[in-house]
Design a protein around this ligand. Sequence first.
Ligand code: NAP
Length: 314
Amino acid sequence: MPNLVALVARLDPVEEDAWLAALTAVMPNENVVLFRTLSPSRRCDVEIAIVANPDPADVARLPSLALVQSLWAGVERLVSELGPSAPPIVRMFDPEMARTMSEAVLAWTYYLQRDMPAYARQQREKLWRQLPYRKPSDMTVGLLGLGALGAAAAQRLTQAGFKVAGWSRSPKKLPEIESFSGEDGLAALLRTSDVVVCLLPLTSETRGLLNASCFAMIKPGAALINFARGPIMVLPDLLSSLNSGRLSHAVLDVFDEEPLPATSPFWAHPNVTVLPHVSAPTDLTAAAKVVADNIGRFRRGEHILGVVDRSRGY
Ligand SMILES: NC(=O)c1ccc[n+]([C@@H]2O[C@H](COP(=O)([O-])OP(=O)(O)OC[C@H]3O[C@@H](n4cnc5c(N)ncnc54)[C@H](OP(=O)(O)O)[C@@H]3O)[C@@H](O)[C@H]2O)c1
């Protein structure tokens, strides 16, 4: 009898089937089944849940659960909804996602460096005007978060010639990157960065972190990219900072409410680029291999990469 693994997800049926097929293909020795197809007695045989936006009540219906593997990198909802007594949660830690995110950070940094928002505006106004060129080496990109995604983005930006600074919870020493931590470090990064990129997890410490006092510290005319989670920024404060011209532009991929409601002032703001949460889409095949590797490690009693530290919340 192969090992029973439950896929517990609130996804649309096509996406759910695609995940089931991808996971089954890479784990021939495991029996991956949809949670909703399990009878109450078979639920007792499930040791591992693979989850994507699960109903916490479904996870609680698996009494023998010893491991929860998330299909997503951001686990803030899982951590808060499953509570402290849940088994270890493993977040998605996929090199392909880090590559995709670093590509997005570089692409949208170039968008700002080459003044594409301004040239788009000028075209609408039929205005032929050359703006001063800024070299990457004359610009500092400040990364909030130097984890799996932040570190990959930092490397890609330095390779492209940008000066890079980074801020993390624990102090770091990384080649060619000016690293900061703590409140003073955050202030120093905000004061010196031409582009600030948010790649922090959403935790009790980072919720509302980017507020009016942070925007007041930001280098005048700097731009902001948020590829992490919407609630890390206080949106009315961001809007004021954009309206006052302190911030020149914001590229926003994540919001408090998604899809972004039609009434949001960000849709039509001339200095905002709205993206529909696309900076690092999950690659099904690559992610399924990461899951298979982790489950193999679990079965062999080996160390698993990406176990969430409940006290930190990420
Ligand atoms: N938009 C998208 O499509 C998309 C896709 C994937 C992920 N994401 C988001 O990106 C986030 C980051 O992912 P990741 O894999 O890079 O996470 P990670 O590896 O856990 O790294 C998190 C980084 O943030 C730092 N950090 C956490 N709390 C902090 C605090 N209070 N003060 C200062 N620094 C703090 C950590 O510091 P230490 O290094 O000291 O621990 C670490 O450097 C995810 O949580 C998710 O929300 C978005």
